[in-house]
Design a binder for this molecule. Structure first.
Ligand code: TYD
Ligand code: MG
Length: 452
């Protein structure tokens, strides 16, 4: 290789950079993840600035023009909500998710809606031909006909055409297929992805073009090497869901123009994604409240409480180690809760296979849902259903003690709205008017109450 440009080696998993190639990354310890990257010629990185340092004089904050508050609404309610009330002109939004989850569908719907609102939009398709994009467009309820499509993977081509068309919104599907000739690496490697994202960011800021970027999530949950893109863009949205469920959750994990952690809930239908206005009712719609091993809890998804059903099945294990299968929650958390039930409430799960499932493709991340998992397990163990109008709220400690949860009143209010009449929760939980809270201090108390 020519000696004019220096190379560094960057880990595709953690983004760590080192000056020499090695089989193993010094940053995260992963094997065979170091990728060569040219430095010096890339414009997006600090180093030798091309402009003189004095080109932009500093200004007093008071003299800086206020941020434009105008946002573009797509009218796709949950999408606008997650962004904080609409798209901010000039912003760079990354939409990440596993293949097949619906990223292209979502952004094509947005493009169609923006175009219908008089905002010229260009859809750069790097993964599919224009015909394939049209096939998807034909399924949608929105009329995507007026949207311009460009089957192009070279970044310069995409930016050139966006400028030529005068598009105010650019959809790049996906960042992994986009590449620049300025780097030698193949499309999709960390160097290309970072460089293309950095240049798209500059383009967005300089021209005020909204850029919506699709990013594939790797098997380990990061977008093209975890964190390498997240700090470059303004907003990161993750599109999640179980393939078996029609529900999709759009989660803001970073948002420079709104609150992070907000979620939007969609349903994938035959005619594209539809916002779900009442997620709690949707997630509980298939519930058979008479069946054993079912318990309902209220999660806090962003600022909104959402009710979900947790199902558990404990069955006599066959030969060998009993199985523990958890869908929608961490299997280690399940192991902890089973151990607590075994030791603190005397329930013999050690020779039972245990299966736990969260309906609607939702993932439990908050410990507030512990008590509902425990209730579902007890219910299955005793083969007695829990009363249908009962909500469970509480974190379970290793001693078997039940701790209060945050924002309990909001969660109880949502349950009351859906017709729930009682809740099992920590004694310190404040009661919302329409719902009676039965205080439970310990998992052994809960097991006793549910067996009675
Ligand atoms: P897609 O947007 O291609 O996913 P991604 O870009 O994240 O890879 O959508 C994938 C799935 O959505 C595909 O299996 C087909 C399904 N789908 C519907 O169910 N209804 C629809 O209206 C559309 C357009 C797609
Ligand atoms: Mg796609």
């Amino acid at each position: 290789m020519a000696s004019k440009s220096r190379s560094i080696y960057r880990c595709t998993e953690c983004g760590f950079e080192q000056s020499k190639w090695a089989g193993r990354c010094e940053g995260c310890g992963a094997w065979n993840t170091l990728v060569e990257e040219a430095v010096g010629r890339t414009a997006g990185r600090p180093g030798r600035p091309k402009v003189p340092l004095t080109a932009v004089p500093p200004t007093r904050l008071a003299a800086v023009a206020g941020v434009q508050v105008g946002r573009w609404r797509t009218g796709l309610a949950e999408f606008d909500f997650v962004l904080g009330g609409g798209i901010v002109p000039g912003s760079l939004v990354l939409v990440g998710g596993e293949p097949g989850i619906g990223k292209s569908t979502l952004l094509l719907q947005c493009a169609a809606r923006l175009e219908a609102g008089g905002i010229p939009t260009l859809y750069a398709a790097g993964e599919e031909s224009a015909e394939q994009v049209k096939l998807r467009a034909d399924r949608l309820e929105e009329d995507a006909g007026p949207v311009h499509v460009l089957p192009e993977v070279r970044l310069d081509g995409i930016l050139g055409q966006t400028a030529a068309l005068g598009a105010r919104v650019l959809v790049v599907d996906s960042i992994q297929t986009t590449y620049t000739d300025d780097l030698e690496g193949a499309p999709g490697n960390v160097g290309q992805v970072r460089e293309c994202a950095a240049r798209l960011m500059r383009f967005a800021k300089e021209t005020g073009t909204v850029t919506l970027l699709v990013g594939h999530v790797t098997r380990f949950g990061g977008i093209a090497g975890p964190k390498t893109l997240e700090h470059i863009v303004d907003t990161v949205l993750y599109f999640e869901g179980e393939s078996s469920s029609e529900f999709r959750i759009l989660r803001a994990v970073k948002n420079r123009f709104g609150s992070a952690d907000e979620v939007g809930i969609f349903e994938m239908t035959g005619t594209g994604l539809k916002p779900v206005a009442n997620p709690s009712a949707a997630f509980l719609s298939g519930r058979d409240s008479a069946s054993t091993g079912s318990a309902v809890t209220a999660l806090l998804e962003g600022s909104r409480p959402v009710l979900v059903e947790i199902q558990a099945l404990a069955a006599r294990a066959g030969f060998g180690t009993p199985q523990r299968v958890a869908t929608g929650l961490d299997h280690k958390r399940l192991a902890v809760l089973l151990a607590v039930l075994e030791r603190r409430a005397g329930l013999p799960f050690h020779n039972l296979d245990v299966f736990v499932n969260v309906t609607g493709g939702v993932r439990l991340v908050e410990p507030a849902s512990d008590l509902a998992v425990v209730a579902a397990l007890c219910s299955s163990m005793h083969d007695r259903s829990v009363p249908a109008d009962t909500l469970f709220l509480g974190e379970v400690g290793l001693g078997g003690e039940i701790r209060p949860v945050s924002a309990a009143e909001r969660r109880l209010a949502e349950a009351a709205r859906l017709g729930f009449r009682q809740a099992f929760a920590s004694a310190r939980t404040k009661t919302a008017s329409a719902i009676t809270v039965t205080p439970v201090a310990h998992v052994a108390d809960l097991a006793r109450l549910l067996a009675a």
